[in-house]
Structure formats: C-alpha cells, structure tokens
Design a protein around this ligand. Structure first.
Ligand SMILES: Cc1ncc(COP(=O)(O)O)c(C=O)c1O
Length: 477
C-alpha cells in the first residue's frame, strides 16, 4: 500500500536515472550525455538524467497502471478528489479537455466573462455556445469579485438546458465564489460545475485558506500546480468527483489535447509537489499566510490600500494574494511594475490601477521587506482616472467555433467597428479575452484597448499592434 509519505513516480525516475544502459531511445541527449557546455552551464547535468521517456518502469500517462496511477491516486487523496489526472500542458489543457468532455457542438454552456482564454479555446474546440454572465464587479477596485449564485440561478432559469457552468475561483486576485451554492444550484439542473481553480491548488492544506472547490462540491476542478506549489511550469492537475462528467470521454479529450510524449520532469514534479503538500502543506501554508499578513499590515501602515474581502463583500479571499491599489500614489500599475522590476521586485499582475503579488511557499521575509520597501518609495508618474478598463458583456454575432473557421479579412479600424472579430484579443496578463472570434468590435472596446496600450498594458492577439487594422469576418456579397 502506498502512502502520502511515498513518491512513486519520483522514486521510479530516480531508479531509472541511475541505471547504466546503452540508450537507443529519445530524447536525443541520452540522459545528458549529449548536451553542450551551454546546456550544462544553464541547466546542469542532473536534470537531463531524469528527462526520460515512457520506459516500462515509468508507466504511461494515457493508460496508467503502475507508478503514474499510484502517483495520481495519491494526488486525488491529497487534494480531495475521486480521481486525478496529471497534466503536462498547464491548466489550459485541463480546461480545454473538460469542456470537450462536457459540451458538444451547439450546446449551451454558462461562462463568466472573466474566464481565461483557455475557456474560449474549449468553446472553439467543442463548438459549444457560451451564455455569458457578468461576474459581480467592484467599481472602486475595478475588479471582478466572482460569480453570484443569484446571477447563475437567473441564467439557468433562462437556459435550463445548458450543459455545464464554468466558474473561475479563485481569480488572479484571490477572489473566490460560493462554489457550494453554485454546485447545489447546478446539480438541481443535473449539470456539472467546472471550476477553473488554476490559482487555488493550496486551499486544501490550511483551514485559513478559502474552501477548496472539491470540498465545496464542484464536479471538475483544474489546478495549476506550478502557480503556487513547487511543480515545474506547465505542470497541472485535473480532478473529478461524482458521475456528472463522463470520465472515459474526459480521458479521450486529454489524449487529444496533450502531447504524446509527456514530459517526465513535469510529471515527476507533480508527484513531488503533492508529496511536499501532503506532508508539510499545513506548515508551509501557515508560514506563507504569516508572510502575507505581515506584508498586508506594513502596506496598510504606509497608507497603501490592499484588497480586503471584508471591506468589499468578497465571498472568500485567498489572503496569500496581495492586490495593492497604487493609484493613490498617482501612478499606474503598469508604471509601478516597470519601476519595481528594475529594482528587483517583480509582481505577478499589473493592471491599470493595481499590482497583484503572489506570495507562496517559495517566499521569505527578506522578499516581503523588499516588496514593502519598493512600494514605499514608488514615485508618482501620472494620475489616471478610475475608468474604462472594464470587462463588458460581448455582443456575440456567431459561435466562437464558426467564427474561428470563417473567412476573414483585414480591415481599417473605422470600418471594423460594428463587424465581427476574427481574433481573440486580450490584455496579457491576465489573459481574459476582451474580444473573441464572432464578437462585435465596438468603439468602446477599441478605445479601451488604446487606453490600455497607452498606459503600458500588453495587448495580445492583435494582427496590427498599432490598432489601425483588425481582422474581421468576411461578409458574403
Ligand atoms: C484563471 C486562469 N485559468 C487558467 C490559466 C491557465 O493556466 P496554465 O498557465 O497552467 O495553463 C491561467 C493562467 O494564467 C489563469 O490565470
């Protein structure tokens, strides 16, 4: 019987890496023997020794029966799921696969407008039609606060045949929705709740963190283990419980979405991250919460507003996320981000008025001191009124999938207004689409993108970065 003290996949990798063999399989570096001195300097030799393929001892991600199965079973137990899949293409792949598993062409799916672009990709892949809902919004903080149960209840009354409800919880800023309320509601209609909990894999490990989505009754939950745990970038987890998601179809979808050569560094790092959290998670989270609390207190002491659930009416908040309003210093989040980065303090997410910092098990009190010191000395640059960078509910002209496959043409911005976009355009980060294929390009959206660029936001998905031209759907003569 394996226990949480074991790390079956990590151990198998260790064993295999020690074996002396004449190697005639991929990858071509053959356990690091073929690497260059440049690779040696940057990556070190050792990492290549565990960059192994699907050897008989290392199981098969797409038909697991030994060490991967054991590692995934331990992860399911640790995170509170019935079944867990390791993902090598981030939460992005997990979200896409979940949508492919649960929705088909023409099906309606309830999606909040603050959904990540992977949800849109899931819509394109599956052919499902989004029923957009607006998350509640705080005008002072200019932030999406999560999805209200009442909003989803009203939407479900209008769309009782929807196939699933998608929720982003927590958001980038650590704002959580009432997943238990949403799950009870959706289950009353016989449909599952998919929770994009990319930013919340740590919740199950400390009572002062928000309720984990699985504990609250979500059917499918996706975690980016790389965002706040110690797994390698791109390593993520997909968890399922109950019978509302067809697991065979989900398994198929994961096969379609992911590489046929899954990276064992990522898979092994998921086993190791689970091992770390299962054995030391409570302690590590206690320490992380203390660091965040110290930063929060010091920033408030110097007069910087920090997002606070009790003041804003957030259902639950991940207190290890620190969202700081820098507009009180007459600067923008983007300008502050550049200034701080040049001084060795780098935030996760700049927005027009704020900076969001991730505090995780990898941070120290020294980091917090630097953060507070940096913010304390932030210079004023320009005052930007609390304004226009809001999410708006789109006017959809056609389904994301039809729009994706339709003929498109390049068009001057004046002529593009009122026509349907062929592209996904979003501020990145956070990667929440402002314009999706099939949605009407409005003057308001163009103005918002211009403003975002002016103040230093990175706008991704534009064919013409100067915003003079847009790709639009061709109209039949
Ligand atoms: C809310 C949200 N969901 C999903 C993703 C995708 O996660 P990954 O980078 O693991 O693919 C992100 C990435 O930033 C995100 O912010």
């Amino acid at each position: 019987m394996v226990s949480q003290a074991d790390a079956p996949l990590v151990n198998a990798l260790k064993e295999c890496s020690r074996r002396q063999q004449a190697v005639f399989y991929a990858p071509g570096h053959k356990g690091g023997r073929g690497i260059s001195s440049l690779q040696q300097t940057v990556f070190g030799q050792q990492i290549f020794q565990v960059d192994l393929p699907e050897l008989p001892e290392l199981d098969d991600l797409f038909a697991p029966e030994s060490v991967i199965l054991a590692a995934q079973t331990l992860a399911a137990e640790a995170f509170g799921a019935e079944q867990t899949w390791f993902l090598v293409n981030g939460s992005t792949g997990g979200i896409e696969a979940a949508m492919l598993a649960l929705c088909g062409p023409g099906d309606e799916v309830i999606v909040p407008r603050n959904a990540h672009q992977s949800v849109l990709s899931g819509l394109i892949l599956s052919g499902a039609m989004p029923v957009w809902v607006a998350p509640s919004y705080d005008p002072q903080w200019q932030l999406c606060l999560g999805v209200d149960v009442d909003t989803i209840a009203a939407t479900l009354r209008q769309h009782p045949h929807a196939k699933a409800v998608v929720v982003v919880s927590p958001t980038y800023e650590g704002v959580c929705s009432d997943i238990a309320g949403l799950a009870t509601l959706a289950h009353g209609y016989g449909i599952p709740v998919i929770v994009d909990a990319a930013h919340g894999p740590h919740f199950a490990f400390h009572p002062e963190l928000p309720t984990a989505a699985l504990e609250a009754g979500a059917d499918v939950v996706i975690h980016s283990a790389h965002k706040v745990l110690s797994a390698f970038t791109q390593a993520a987890l997909l968890h399922v419980q109950g019978q509302r998601c067809d697991r065979a179809r989900l398994h198929q979808a994961l096969r379609i979405i992911q590489s046929s050569s899954p990276n064992y560094l990522l898979l092994g790092s998921l086993d190791a991250a689970r091992h770390q959290m299962a054995n030391q998670g409570a302690l590590l989270m206690e320490r992380t919460l203390k660091l965040a609390q110290s930063a929060r207190r010091q920033l408030q002491d110097i007069g910087l507003p920090v997002l606070d659930a009790s003041a804003v009416g957030i259902f639950q908040q991940d207190l290890t996320r620190l969202t700081v309003d820098v507009s009180v210093l007459d600067t923008t989040g983007f300008a502050a981000d550049v200034w701080l980065h040049e001084r060795g303090v780098t935030a996760e997410l700049p927005t027009l008025h704020q900076l969001t910092f991730i505090i995780s098990l990898g941070n120290s009190m020294g980091d917090i001191d630097q953060l507070v010191h940096g913010l304390q000395h932030l210079p004023a640059t320009e005052a930007v009124s609390k304004s226009q960078l809001m999410l708006t509910l789109p006017v959809a002209g056609t389904s994301p999938r039809e729009a994706f496959f339709a003929d498109a043409e390049l068009c001057a911005v004046e002529d593009a207004i009122g026509r349907l976009s062929a592209d996904t355009v979003c501020l990145y980060p956070p990667g929440i689409p402002n314009l999706m294929p099939g949605e009407v390009i409005t003057a308001g959206i163009v103005e918002m993108l211009r403003l975002a660029q002016t103040v230093g936001a990175h706008v991704s998905g534009l064919v013409d970065p100067t915003l003079q031209k847009f790709r639009v759907l061709r109209v039949d003569d």
